[in-house]
Each structure stands twice: as C-alpha cells, then as structure tokens.
Ligand binder design. Sequence first.
Ligand SMILES: C[S@@+](CC[C@H](N)C(=O)[O-])C[C@H]1O[C@@H](n2cnc3c(N)ncnc32)[C@H](O)[C@@H]1O
Length: 250
Amino acid sequence: MRPDKGKPYYSAYDKRYKSVYSQGVDYWSSFPEVIEGVITVLTSLLPVISTADNMKLIELGCGEGCYAGHISKMGIKYTGLDISETAVSKAKKRFDDRKIKFISGDMTVCREIKENAFDFALDISSLHMLVVDQDRNKYLSTVERILKPGGRAIFLNESYRENSIKCRIETYEQWLSISGTDVDSSETRKAFQNGLPINIDIPRIACRPKSKDQYRDEILSHGFKNFTVLSHTESSISFTAIKGKNQVQS
Ligand SMILES: C[S@@+](CC[C@H](N)C(=O)[O-])C[C@H]1O[C@@H](n2cnc3c(N)ncnc32)[C@H](O)[C@@H]1O
C-alpha cells in the first residue's frame, strides 16, 4: 500500500515529521494562531476542575503533544496517542509530568485502551487523515468504545468542503485518483525556526474533507448524539458530540 510499503497509508505523517526536523525546525505544530485558537476552544469546553475529580482525556493523533501541558494544567489527566513514533518521542521529551502520558499506536483500534476509559476524546485534524471509509468507521467505533457513557468527543480543525466527494472510498488508491492528490511530490509550507517563519519542503499527505452533513451523519451513526458545530471556515470545521443514543420519540 502506497506510500509506505507494508504500512497503512495513514502512517505517512511520520515522514513529514522526520523531514521537518531534518530541516532544522523544532516543532511542526507551532503556528501561534492555530495553537491560540485551539486553546480558546478547549478552555470553553473542558471543565476547570481539581485533580481529585480525576477527569481523563485522550488526544487521538496527538502529534508532538502541543496541547498536553495546557490540558494538564486544567487538572485533567492527559494521554496522547499517535502512530508516528517520531512525533511521540518528540512529545515525550517535552514533558516531565506524571499526569501526562504518550503512547505510540493506531487510533483506529487503540489496542492498549480499555472501554469506557475516558471522559473526553480530543481529535485535532486527525480524523481527516483517514480517507478510506472502513478506516473512518473503525476509528469512530473505537472513539465510542473508549469514551465513558456521556463522554464528549471533540473534533477540531478538520478539513471541510461543502461540496465534497459523496461516493464511498474503498481504497487509498481510489482516493488519490478521485481527489487528484499527488503524494509522490512535495509541497512548500511555512514553519517556524527559533520563532521565525521559514519555508520548507515536506511530503504531501492525503487528507479527506467532508461537508457538515457528512460529518454529522458519520458521527451520529457511530453511537453519538448531540452533534454540535462549534465553528467553520471555508476549509475547516470544529464540532463535538456526546457518547450515547438519541431517545426515540414515541
Ligand atoms: C494533522 S496532524 C495533527 C497533529 C496534532 N493533533 C496537532 O494538532 O498538532 C495528524 C496526526 O494524526 C496522526 N495519525 C494519522 N493517522 C493515525 C492513526 N491511524 N493513529 C494514530 N495517529 C494517526 C499523524 O501521525 C499526525 O500526527
């Protein structure tokens, strides 16, 4: 399976982290306006509580773990999980705090996580990395499994397009040909080196935008209710949902 032989397509992000660090950039996720925006949303959604309450949050596709410190300071026990060992090792070096834990693993299965384990599941720009329907379904079922009943799933900054592709996507190759994504070429992107913006060339990664209705339908069909859009721009959307079934009206 392209681009990494023998590895699932969604592990491709590891190459991007390696490429970013080899070009002298300390952290890929260091865009101040993005970080500030996410922290503002999290501050409004997560309760500020005492450590005695022992609320637990898992961040799926946590990358370099740039929000772990903020979440931990709110008194919430933080676990970050990412398939990229490069990013997870960067994240581990960043923190020495027993309320913060990082695991490398596949979020579509979360093999090492028990059911009903977390009060919150946070996904920042990770769901859209899964382009094949079967992988998205497996992932959303896993999010439902590891959340406590009534737990909240929070999806922030997911790729959004109102007129997005409507057919089922069975394979990665099908997505590449339909979307025209050329993962064999690199792209030039802005990054920060010692606080200053620079341009770097990085591997292109496949990403699947969806419309608001498509996101709502797939979330509600995986055992969630109260789908709520928090905000959207032309190209990105943020929403939350609660684990549980809607009451059927008699
Ligand atoms: C766009 S990055 C976002 C990283 C981080 N959430 C942030 O905002 O900085 C998407 C992340 O999802 C991770 N990812 C993609 N597929 C994954 C999977 N199946 N399991 C775990 N992590 C995955 C990638 O390695 C990458 O770190």
